[in-house]
Design a protein around this ligand. Structure first.
Ligand code: BES
Ligand code: MN
Length: 486
């Protein structure tokens, strides 16, 4: 999609050449700064009861008198926040969906500053509105789609608006990549496919990409990761992708994404209902791919390393069994009490591998636990870190990107449940606090650097009518990475 800005003072709004003008407004009355043609339609609609200043309400006018644009949509926002603006842009674009408008100009209908954050929010809302999964269903919706969005602003705002649009476009492209990968069925999106996609991304953006094979993983001693993969005919892959934007001497940020391309649960097999959705158990990997794409496009002065352990979790004659003990790359042994808790088994070896980069910080992202969904629902991703300063940086990135994140506890006391009689640790504890137990397990492998874990089991995917991948938390991760450029 094409994102632009256009400088337009109040008296120029009527002449804006776009297929549709989308005016976002909030408050109790028609803003005095509004173009008179729009103001008069709005006043009339209010008087007739056809519009209200209530979040989610929209008004559509075809061939509005006095405006060059052939369509006018007014969308009410709950308040003056950027979050409310984004949601109103979403409602406004939904109103235009399926119609003839290809180019939409967006106007903030209340006098007030148009910021960088508004610009980024508009791109996110637009990208969301136009996304359509087509890969294995090419017939899906071929109607003319929105192709261009112009954000109207004042002259002094133009520079920061343009900056927001650029960042927003990069994040939107990254989120789209993450959605495509996570939506892709497990028989298409295999570990081998992800390896190929990494190479392709690397070629397109000048990144260094290496895909480690089973024999390499054996040499490295990744006994935990290999154990998970052994039940599948699909060979495991370990993807190492680097973006070098600063001197080699600068410690990199390392992102680790869980890449289980399908999770049956293994011998601890999952119930059949909704098992299809476990194709998104590589949502962490998908979001790391998306973030890498966004970062490679924005070219900040920093170094980024992305690590993706990827395999399938299948039952079978060669599969791991409850009670098996494996030796991780760190040398620590693990008793696998439940083969369904295997994300942590592939991540732990990736976290040990991360040590070799002497990272400034490591963040892992994973659709790790159903318990996190129970704790936080589908709105907030779960943040786990013992590092308060890092937590603050992550939460700040969350606020800036409108990608919600909630900090969870990680007290040492929670480690108790991982004790095993047969190994250094078990891979599961009791049901209570399961998302924390999983994080405590990972913590045992991260002593050598600053580390945070993000559980996206509830946020990377939507079930029900809007079933599919969300592209989260690409916006959060991109903002976090950019914030580390100093
Ligand atoms: N992929 C799941 C986590 C998950 C569950 C993601 C629901 C999205 C929605 C993970 O591999 C898993 O199976 N975790 C188990 C762990 C348990 C056995 C300790 C879980 O959460 O049930
Ligand atoms: Mn599982």
């Amino acid at each position: 999609m094409d994102f632009r800005h256009q400088i337009a003072s109040t008296d120029a709004v009527a002449g804006v050449a776009a297929d549709a003008l989308l005016v976002v407004t909030h408050g109790e009355a028609v803003d005095a700064s509004l173009d008179p043609a729009i103001a008069s339609v709005l006043k009339d609609a209010l008087a007739q009861g056809d519009f209200q200043f209530k979040a989610g309400r929209t008004l559509y006018v075809h061939r509005p008198a006095g405006l060059k644009a052939a369509r006018l949509v007014v969308a009410a926002a709950a308040n003056a926040s950027v979050k409310a603006f984004k949601s109103a842009v979403g409602s406004g674009l939904a109103q235009l969906k399926g119609g003839g408008a290809k180019h939409v100009a967006v106007l903030i209908g209340n006098a007030g500053e148009v910021t960088e954050q508004h610009a980024e929010a508009a791109t996110a809302a637009a990208a969301d509105a136009v996304y359509q999964y087509r890969r294995t269903k090419p017939s899906a919706n071929s109607a003319p789609a929105l192709a261009k969005l112009t954000l109207l602003c004042g002259k002094p705002e133009a520079r920061s608006v343009q900056r927001g649009l650029l960042r927003g476009a990069a994040v939107a492209a990254g989120a789209e990549l993450a959605r495509e990968l996570a939506n892709l069925p497990g028989n298409h999106c295999t570990p081998t496919y992800l390896g190929e996609q990494a190479k392709k991304l690397g070629k397109g953006h000048g990144l260094k990409v290496e895909v480690l094979e089973r024999k390499d993983l054996e040499k490295l001693g990744m006994g935990s990761f290999l154990a998970v993969s052994q039940g599948s005919v699909q060979p495991p892959k370990f993807i190492v992708a680097r973006y070098d934007g600063a001197a080699r001497s600068q410690a990199p940020i390392v992102l680790v994404g869980k890449g289980i391309t399908f999770d049956t649960g293994g011998i601890s097999i999952k119930p059949s209902a909704e098992m299809d959705e476990m194709k998104y158990d590589m949502g962490g990997a998908a979001s790391v791919f998306g973030t890498l794409r966004a970062v490679a496009e924005l070219k900040p002065k920093l170094n980024l390393v992305c690590l993706i352990p990827t395999c399938e979790n299948m039952p079978g004659g060669r599969a791991i069994k409850p009670g098996d003990v494996v030796t991780s790359m760190s040398g620590q042994t693990i008793e696998i009490l439940n083969t369904d808790a295997k994300g942590r088994l592939i991540l732990c070896d990736a976290l040990t591998y991360a040590e070799r980069f002497k990272p400034a910080v490591v963040v892992d992202v994973a659709t790790l636990t159903g318990a996190c969904v129970i704790a936080l629902g589908h709105h907030n991703s779960g943040l786990f870190t013992a590092d308060d300063a890092l937590a603050d940086e992550m939460l700040a990135a969350s606020r800036a990107s409108l990608d919600p994140l909630w900090r969870m506890p990680l007290d040492d006391e929670y480690d108790e449940v991982l004790k095993s009689k047969f190994a250094d640790m078990a891979n599961v504890g009791p049901r209570a606090g399961g998302a924390i137990t999983a994080a405590m397990f990972l913590k045992r492998f991260t002593g050598k650097y600053r580390w945070a874990h993000v559980d996206i089991a509830g946020t990377a995917w939507k079930s029900g009518a809007a079933k599919g991948a969300t592209g989260r938390p690409v916006a959060l991760l991109t903002h976090f990475v950019l914030s580390q450029a100093g």
